[in-house]
Write a protein that binds this ligand. Structure first.
Ligand code: BGC
Length: 784
């Protein structure tokens, strides 16, 4: 099976089994398809495993402090016994162990050689994938070779329905660093699943469970097909577990091959009962076989990479890291389901309980908009789908319209906990980090600008923009003395400062959002009056209300002083204590100054992550180059990067303002966040926002892409040691490839023969004609 893998540059490898890193590899080696993600746990498991299959949109609140993305039944279990001896890392000696995730084809390969206590060597190879061609299908091919013995080989294949989510870690006075074998046992867990059906017929296992609070049925069917007929097959069925065992006699040096196919169908995606659908789907795949499924999956991967491959020529580490991020983004999203989104750890782990944040619109969405626009559309439809929940969030806090929650799950209601699990600290994000509604508006309008999909605005976008505009005008406070509007008691993206007034990011974004809504209203009334009338009727909107939006936008306080270079992050920020950062870790990232931690930086100027700098990235035409440089220098010196979202934005803005050395450090920090586990928590799931940020660093940072006045503009800069960066973009129905070198760049528009597109490169316009590559200088002012 090894020879089916792609070249080494596409492989993410694990060599040897190390219990200290095993949970991290479980995250890194996740396979998925947007409908589900399955952590890279060994098929036979190990005592310290934190396995998990997560089904997109399957959340449950039963028995937990906060609603969870359910750790769903596990389809993986596949265990080999040699004359009754279990082959696993505890029972046997692991002579060799190697795994490789092939991110080009979306398959995980494994080879392990076990030596049991009687000295017998048995080689296990496997190939695993979650199909992108049929998202209901997962598969493992297993090959067992007794290298130096002839024995009875028993293969046990199961579906494990008894699953638990991590709920909270109790207080342990002696600290919370435990041996890897027991660390998960130290948690309090929650149960979200009730057993429904367990069954076996026609050599197929079936297990169905149902989420307890939400009532979502999860059906799993599994088959195990082998070349030779087994001597015996045994079944073991219990309420929460379905399993079959098959015995074979295998001679020394011979290889036994088995294919396990599993289909997963839920009542979220199919009308009940799910059992029939699940079994019929499995039967269909058994007929065509694993090889056909593998090749169908490979074809989808190939076409996806066609749209989004990127490369850093001259830096294989960077290429691998960027592609790894792209792989993770591709397995996180399901463009076929507009009711789901991407949680902060995608479908790779339980971190942040699978909740959806602004991470999607600001960090990840650009990748989808510019490479997989249909998926971007679907991710944005989720916000429309959860609008009723967002209306509730606004209403509950005494405001009009809709406010998207800080943490969203299946309904759009606020799911952010109020307190840390020890009860010691209050999360103000849920109450005050209101900018998320404008972030969603930003995502929608960027999508429409890049795709030209105006129907989206008419069908979904306008309602979202209008309802959230209503929230802003009810949330602002009017000061009759100055006739200005303030936004008080908010928290900006930085998150170290709560209850602040007039945060520059939030106020400017709210203003921008209102301006865009007014503009959209006018456009619709000019070009789609009928559609506007039905939106107005549906949400009770009229022109007078829209005029008020304009008034508020004109008079909202902006703590941005044209006379002054520095933008004050919020009112009074400059009076806070200027505590210097004096220590850096091994990755050259800042440490908290002595005595400070996440919850006590309020009265300092320290930042968790970019706020003003983020604003300057998102609204590039608002600020001059000098202002951007001055603010970057000022805020960079005070930013601790305690969020994985932070380094990518600093990399991009560092490039823009010419702080190249630091920008490059930030790029690697972002790109390697999981591969190097540089935040120390990859075991809990991938930092998927950082993957999106890394892609943006390549394209918007080094490639210098900005969307300006409806045109793609590129202002590239490459580090000396890089020969070339390559990436592909989708733009208004066509695609565009870019190859950027030290002094020049080649762009090619791919599309129908007559198509042309004007882009701007290093300040000068360039007209591209379809399928005719154009090479131009990237030196500023070289072309006029
Ligand atoms: C960051 C937020 C982010 C969240 C989820 C937090 O640590 O501060 O900006 O949305 O993580 O990734």
């Amino acid at each position: 099976m090894r020879d089916q893998l792609s070249d080494a540059e596409w492989l993410i490898r694990e060599s040897g089994f190390d219990p200290l890193r095993a949970n991290t590899f479980e995250t890194l080696l996740t396979v998925g398809n947007g409908h589900l993600g399955t952590r890279g746990t060994l098929e036979e498991g190990w005592v310290g495993e934190r396995s998990g299959t997560f089904l997109s949109g399957v959340y449950d609140s039963h028995d937990a402090t906060v609603i969870d993305l359910v750790n769903a039944p596990d389809w993986l279990p596949l265990v080999v016994f040699v004359d009754g001896v279990r082959l696993d890392v505890e029972t046997c000696e692991t002579v060799e162990h190697e795994r490789a995730l092939d991110i080009r084809q979306g398959v995980l390969w494994r080879r392990t050689i076990f030596r049991d206590r009687r000295g017998r060597r048995t080689r296990i190879e496997s190939l695993r994938f979650a199909s992108l061609a049929d998202r209901r299908l997962c598969a493992v091919r297993l090959e067992v070779t007794p290298e130096d013995h002839s024995s009875t080989i028993t293969v046990e294949s199961g579906i494990a329905g008894r699953r638990r989510n991590l709920d909270r870690l109790p207080f342990y006075p002696e600290g919370t660093v435990f041996d890897p074998e027991v660390q998960w046992e130290k948690w309090a867990w929650s149960n979200h699943l009730r057993p429904v059906t367990v069954d076996a017929a026609d050599d197929m296992l079936y297990l169905e469970t149902r989420t307890i609070a939400g009532g979502v049925s999860l059906g799993y069917a599994a088959s195990l097909d082998a070349g030779p007929e087994p001597l015996r097959r045994r079944l073991r069925l219990s309420a929460e577990h379905a399993e079959e065992q098959a015995d074979f006699v295998v001679a020394a040096g011979e290889t036994l091959r088995l294919d396990k196919l599993v289909t997963i169908v839920t009542s979220r995606n199919h009308p009940e009962p799910v059992q029939r659908r699940c079994l019929e789907t499995l039967q269909g795949h058994r007929r065509t076989g694993l090889d056909a499924a593998l090749s169908a999956n490979r074809q989808v991967w190939e076409s996806m990479w066609n749209d989004c491959d990127c490369q850093v020529v001259g830096d294989p580490v960077a290429t691998q890291a960027v592609r790894f991020g792209v792989y993770q983004l591709l397995i996180a999203a399901n463009g076929e389901d507009p009711t789901v989104n991407i949680g902060a750890k995608s479908l790779t782990g339980e971190g942040y309980r699978g909740h959806v944040f602004w991470d999607t619109e600001i960090l990840m969405l650009p990748f989808f908009i510019y490479t997989q626009p249909d998926t971007a559309r679907s991710l944005l439809r989720y916000r429309h789908h959860t609008l009723p929940g967002a209306r509730e969030v606004a209403r509950e806090s005494g405001f009009r319209g809709a406010r998207f929650p800080w943490e969203s799950a299946d309904s759009g209601r606020e799911e952010c906990p109020r307190y840390t699990t020890d009860g010691a600290n209050r999360f103000w994000t849920r109450d005050e980090e209101v900018h998320v509604s404008a972030d969603v508006a930003y995502g929608i309008l960027t999508y429409v600008a890049a795709t030209g999909d105006h129907d989206f605005l008419v069908d979904f976008g306008a309602e979202v923009l209008f309802e959230t505009s209503r929230f802003w005008v009810s949330r602002v406070e009017h000061d009759p003395a100055t006739d200005r509007y303030a936004l008080k008691q908010v928290m900006g993206p930085d998150e170290f400062h709560s209850h602040v007034d007039n945060n520059a990011f939030t106020n400017r974004f709210a203003q921008w959002h209102l301006d865009q809504s007014v503009q959209l209203y006018e456009d619709l009334s000019a070009h789609h009056p009928q559609a506007l009338r039905s939106i107005e009727a549906a949400i009770g909107l009229d022109g007078a209300e829209v005029r008020h939006w304009r008034e508020v936008a004109e008079r909202i306080i902006l703590p941005i002083d044209p006379e002054r270079e520095l933008v004050e992050q919020f009112e009074g920020y400059f009076e806070r204590k200027d505590v210097p950062i004096t220590q850096w870790d091994a990755n050259n990232m800042p440490r908290y100054p002595a005595g400070y931690h996440h919850f006590n930086c309020e009265d300092t100027m320290l930042l968790k992550q970019p706020d003003v700098v983020m604003l300057m990235y998102l609204l590039p035409d608002d600020f001059t180059a000098e202002v951007k440089r001055a603010n970057f220098e000022f805020y960079e010196a005070r930013t601790l990067h305690k969020s994985s979202l932070s380094p990518a934005i600093h990399a991009i803005m560092g490039i823009e303002v010419g702080d190249h050395d630091r920008a490059l450090e930030y790029f690697y920090r972002s790109a390697l966040v999981d591969l190097a586990d540089n935040q120390g928590n990859t075991a809990y799931g991938i930092h998927i926002a950082s993957a999106g940020g890394t892609w943006q660093t390549l394209v918007n940072g080094f490639g210098g892409l900005r969307l300006r006045h409806g045109r793609l503009t590129f202002d590239p800069w490459l580090p000396e040691q890089w020969e070339e960066i390559r990436f592909r973009l989708r733009w208004r129905g066509n695609s565009l490839s870019a190859a950027i070198r030290q002094r020049d760049a080649t762009f090619c528009l791919h599309g129908p023969a007559a198509a042309t597109e004007e882009v701007v490169v290093a300040g000068a316009p360039l007209t591209l004609t379809a399928n005719e590559p154009a090479t131009v200088s990237t030196a500023k002012g070289a072309r006029t």
